[in-house]
Structures are given as C-alpha cells and as structure tokens.
Design a protein around this ligand. Sequence first.
Ligand SMILES: NC(=O)c1ccc[n+]([C@@H]2O[C@H](COP(=O)([O-])OP(=O)(O)OC[C@H]3O[C@@H](n4cnc5c(N)ncnc54)[C@H](OP(=O)(O)O)[C@@H]3O)[C@@H](O)[C@H]2O)c1
Length: 393
Amino acid sequence: MQWKSTKETTTILLKTAMATEQPVPKTHRALVLTSRAEKPQVQTIPTPQVGPGSAVIRIIQAGVLSYHRDIYSESKERPYPFPLPLVTGVSAVGRIAAVGSDATSLKPGQLVFVDSYIHARDNPSVGFLSGIHEGYTSGSQTLMRGEWKDSTHAEYAKMPLENCHALDEDRILGSPDKGGLGYLVEELAALTKMAVAYGGLDDINLKAGETIIVAPATGAFGGAAVEVAVAMGARVIAMGRNLDVLKSIAARHERVDIVQMTGNLETELDSLRKFGNIDACYDISPPFAGQSTHLKSSILALRHGGRVSLMGGFRGDVPMPYSQIMHNNLLLRGKWMYDNTQMKALIKMVETGVLKLGERAGLKCAGKFVLEDSEAAFTKAENYPRASLVLIP
Ligand SMILES: NC(=O)c1ccc[n+]([C@@H]2O[C@H](COP(=O)([O-])OP(=O)(O)OC[C@H]3O[C@@H](n4cnc5c(N)ncnc54)[C@H](OP(=O)(O)O)[C@@H]3O)[C@@H](O)[C@H]2O)c1
C-alpha cells in the first residue's frame, strides 16, 4: 500500500506516533533481513529496550535509498558488510518514546531526526552506518554487531542519544500563517542526503560568494550538494552528462550555471574556465565513473589555493594531475559522511529557512510505503534516485 502524500496523512501519522509514544510495547513489527538470498520480511520481534546513553524512538518514517535492494541482495554492486539477521534501515524521523536515565535534554514525545551514522563514544573516528554498513574496523564491527545492531525500518528503534536530533516541530511542520515553514514530514527525508553534502562542503570551508563545481550534479547526492552549496551562499557550476536534468536544476536557481560532461578534457576545461576564478570542487562520483574526465577537468580549472572535496564512491585508484595540484597549492580533502556538529548546523539551516527541503529544493518525496511493501519501495527508489522515499511502520 502506498500512502498519499498530503498534509492530512502527515497529520494522521504524527498524531498516531504521538498517541503510541508510551508505553513501549514488548514486541513490534520490523523489516528483518535473515539472508541475502531472500528478501527482507516483516516480523514481530522484541522491542529494543532503553538504557543509559540511548533513546527508543517511535519511528514515523524511515528513508529508502536508491541502492537499498543492492545492499540487501546478493548483487555484486555493493557487497556492504553487516551482521545478520538485521533490522534494515537508514536515517529516520520519529518521536522519542523513552530515554535513558542520563538524558538531559531529550524528552518523550519530542520529534527527532534519527541520524543513522553512529560513532564510538570512546573513539569518534570509529563509526558505522546503521542498517547499511558495519565498516572495516574491529571497533565499528563491535558497535554494529552488538549494542546498535538494528536499524529503523521498524515501529521502534534504539539509538544513541547523540544520534537523535531534536527538531523544532512548530517551525518546520507548522503552518506558514503561524510562523511555520509548512513542510510535510516526509520532506525531512532529504536531510539524509543533504547532510552528506554539507559534511564535505563544510570541511573545505565553502564560503558565501565563492564558486564551486559540483560533479556529477544530476544524481541523488550531487543534486543535494547543489542545494546545500547554494544555501551556503556559493555560486555553483553543476556538471553532469544529462543536459535536461542540468537545465532543470539551473532553472530553480539564480546562482547555478551548468557545464556538460563530454568525456573530452579540453572542452570541459574550456567551458569551466569561462567562469573565471573557481574556488573549489566537490566530487561525488559513483564507482563506475572511473573513466570520466570530470574530476581532472574540475581540479585543473581551480584557482591557486583551491580546495577539492572527495566524497565519491570510487573503489580503485584514480589518477590525479599531481604536478598541477602541487604547483597550485591545492587542498584535497576526503570525507566519509559528516560529523555531529555538521548535522546540527544543517538542521539549523532548515529551521531558519536558509536551506529548502523536499519539493522546494527539487528533491520531492516520491512515495510513502508501508513496511510490507518494502520491495515496491526499493524498486521505486531505484527508478527515482534523486527523490526521497520513506517506509512507514
Ligand atoms: N563519502 C560519503 O560519505 C558518501 C555518502 C553517500 C554516497 N557516496 C557515494 O556517492 C556516489 C554517488 O551516489 P548517488 O546516490 O548520488 O548516485 P546516483 O544517484 O546513482 O547518481 C550517480 C551520478 O553519477 C553520474 N554518472 C553515472 N555514471 C557516470 C559516468 N560513467 N561518468 C560520469 N558520471 C556518471 C550520474 O549521471 P547521469 O545522470 O548522467 O546518469 C549521476 O549524476 C556513490 O558511489 C556513493 O558511494 C559517498
């Protein structure tokens, strides 16, 4: 069953979640993957119990990634490691149902964004992605195989307190005649991709008035990076193969120009240099773009002292124009995800209205599906990679 995306259903969902906020039942429904050879199934399992340092959240909606099916199948595209059986998931929105005895600001009933990037408390450089990837260190594996194993495609999820970001509900979801921004709750799903973009853009200290190349800009995370960079005050040169999509992105913004990827380094470089001084570039290439010329042309187009954020999914080595990087004092900065401070800063940008979400950012929610229809949700997500989709428990 697919939910209708209206204000009315949003209100019902929010109220339902509030009404069932307490007490936490002994069992709940969750989407469970037991083997990669089989599809995940909805099962009734024990509800996670709250303890010190954690919160149990009544999930209102949890995100669906365009590659969720790949991750949970035997597909060779994304052989991400994680323990089985697994309650699937990613970042979500929900209401706090219960908090550990050491919680000092989060309270039951509060609306929160549940961030799926979980860090070790005794070593912040160790992290894993709830529902997605256990990482490659013994520390990250300890986290995902133990205390924080299960994710958010469920009625309830247990998360570290610091992964529950309180949202100003009146401001974000409230009606504009009462000072609210009037978003639908499912539009908050776009935060997942925008946080990744902000992680890289903030790391290279992107400033208002600067010019940045985002490449490729036509995909899910690249599209989010364009929106975030514009909200940070930058002028964006969106690079991509698909001219129609590029034009539709540029049509929404005064400060977005476009350059088509042609596969020819010289033509790409000529087109980029027409924009004068370019301060930075943000790469979010997929694994299969290894032969593309866009990363090299972007780097060569940068001004002296320019910055490069590397967030793409390349698996092998990528050749670099070493001499130009050295002579031009370029800074190369890799980044996996984002940190907690960046997540909070991003939420502030939404609450102040600087950063637009959902349809207003061209990142429409393409559908809401019940847990039992996860297969339909995964299929739709594959077909609409730029859009957000959510599962409703
Ligand atoms: N560092 C991190 O923390 C982090 C976090 C999330 C994701 N990622 C990485 O980001 C990558 C992109 O993810 P996504 O979800 O945005 O993917 P996506 O939605 O599938 O978009 C892929 C983008 O790459 C372009 N592309 C595909 N093949 C290409 C080629 N051969 N040459 C040039 N461009 C090509 C596509 O352009 P067309 O529109 O022309 O097809 C599209 O713009 C993934 O590999 C993922 O691993 C990294």
